[in-house]
Ligand binder design. Structure first.
Ligand code: ATP
Length: 231
């Protein structure tokens, strides 16, 4: 079982956002996608999510072409966080869970477990707009995993978070991966990828410039303390 990306290209007019990308991400991997602004990370994720049509190439998960039903088995934390400010956290998660085909009781069970884990059980009755940005990000993270996806795509999950929340989210990501979830996440920062992933790709102007096992990559490039762009 794997996520297979074959010769993936996306053009927006004259801009080539993703340029002949080939990746094989095995089930159970934690895979890092590094790149500066405009490298093509978000565009790649949107194609994996079937939200954007590739110009060329194809994507499959477990040998099945990605299609409109894939959102049932893929979780997505988008870069532009998009919660409804006026809804209570519980209403928000029920709404998003239902879009994934879940029943209310299961949504509430998952929600309560995650809020407990993040030590904020009282948030379920708060309106999204009452929460800090960091706490809204936690809720968005819960929304992306509430249906227990097989494959989890996280677009810059740690950006804009204070160190305590970065650690909290990292631990959650590690535990999900240990329990079998395949995870692909993007970052501007090598240190996050280095800490969490065994495999990575570095994108530049839509093209993969380095990819493979992180140990091999480091051996080839020496000690990489790359901060492609500070958050
Ligand atoms: P960031 O870290 O800033 O989110 P990214 O690596 O996610 O960057 P993308 O958002 O995928 O990069 O953008 C890749 C390129 O494609 C950029 O040049 C961007 O301006 C362009 N692009 C992305 N979406 C569109 C669009 N809908 N229409 C036109 N150009 C786009």
């Amino acid at each position: 079982m794997s996520l297979l990306i074959e010769d993936l290209t996306k053009k927006f007019g004259k801009t080539t956002a993703v340029n002949h990308l080939n990746l094989k991400i095995e089930k159970g991997q934690m895979f890092g996608m590094l790149g500066a602004n405009g490298a093509g990370k978000t565009t790649t994720f949107r194609m994996i999510l079937n939200l954007l049509e590739p110009t060329e190439g194809k994507i499959s998960w477990n040998n099945e072409k990605i299609n409109y039903k894939s959102s049932q088995i893929i979780g997505y934390l988008p870069e532009e966080r998009g919660l409804y400010p006026k809804l209570k956290v519980s209403e928000q998660l029920i709404y998003l869970g239902r879009l994934r085909g879940m029943g209310k009781a299961t949504i509430l069970k998952e929600m309560n477990q995650w809020l407990e884990r993040f030590k904020v059980p009282e948030y379920k009755d708060k309106k999204v707009e009452e929460l800090s940005k960091g706490n809204q990000q936690k809720i968005q993270f819960i929304a992306s995993v509430i249906h227990r996806p097989e494959l989890l795509i996280l677009d810059e999950p740690f950006s804009g978070l204070d160190p305590v929340n970065v650690e909290l989210l990292k631990e959650a990501v590690i535990d999900l991966n240990k329990s079998g979830t395949t995870i692909v996440f993007s970052s501007h920062r090598m240190e996050h990828v280095e800490e969490l992933c065994e495999h990575l790709v570095i994108l530049h102007n839509g093209s993969p410039v380095v990819k493979g096992n992180i140990r091999d990559v480091k051996r080839s490039f020496g000690k990489m303390n790359v901060v492609i762009r500070a958050d």
